[in-house]
Design a protein around this ligand. Sequence first.
Ligand code: DP6
Length: 327
Amino acid sequence: MKATARAPSNVALVKYWGKRDRRLNLPATGSISVTLDGLETVTTVAFDRALDADTCTIDGTADPRGARRVLAFLDLVRTRFGVTEHARVRSRNDFPTGAGLASSASGFAALTVAIDAALGLGLSREELSALARRGSGSAARSLIDGFAEMRAGTAEDGSDAFAVALGPPDLCPMDVLAVVTTHQPKAVGSTEGMERTERTSPYYRAWVEQTLADLDAMREALRASDLERVGTIAEENAMRMHAAMLASSPPLLYWNGTTLDVVREVARLRQGGEGAWVTIDAGPQVKVLCAPGRGEHVAARIEAVGGVLAILRSRPGRGAHVVEDAA
Ligand code: DP6
């Protein structure tokens, strides 16, 4: 009744921003991501008959916002699998806390895999991915090694909305830098931000349509291991998402001044012949994709940009899995 899992964060190369069903957390479109080596969450789950309520600590403290979503997820699992016991959940992020990178993706992927092992459910990768999606859409992709494609699916019950593998970590080698520009938590969470964009952005429909084309192009670029195309499509797709966000009412502006300075520095690097591209999620941090082995050089240039607080280096890695040591 007790197990531990380790799950990585991931960064979307073609983003998920919009839902077709809120209750089942079904995405409006598919998305494609790279699973990030080293930026991991470790979670231990213990179901215990003696408990009369669930408990949850994240990085040693009872984080009420994160914990509420974890407790709702445990309720869902109990209903779905006929479990009566409550659980003790302990979770820690293996990257600096307060880096603004702690993601619901690695968190819910680790929680899902740990629950499956603790209860001996024996779910398939696809079932695990669909279950993780209920916690957070991006978590569904952290189940997969290397490169993942989240399928939007068409089934009303969401049973075909899960992530599948596009290829192992060496499908398209790259270095990935996570550039930290603030330690503040983001003002508007993804779930709320998506809802606002869907409801008020005149560009939301165009965003959805363009994403379908970007998915096809990205799949092909990855298959060809063409980093220049992968980087170009990823950067353009991220900018399109931010354009749709900006056009919301009230506008969703996730960037700060340093975010923009990093975007400009990467453009300058590119003008100088370096293969480097940015992608940005619903926050002010920047991820930079570059050629394998070039991460150190690119990081040195970005470090010199005023306001950059930290740079974490990663590469394509392994998806969520069970481990022996408790969190
Ligand atoms: C901008 O997965 O955090 O990072 O399903 O509502 O929990 P919920 O949203 P979440 O959204 C991620 C949005 C994104 C793009 C992406 O990762 O695809």
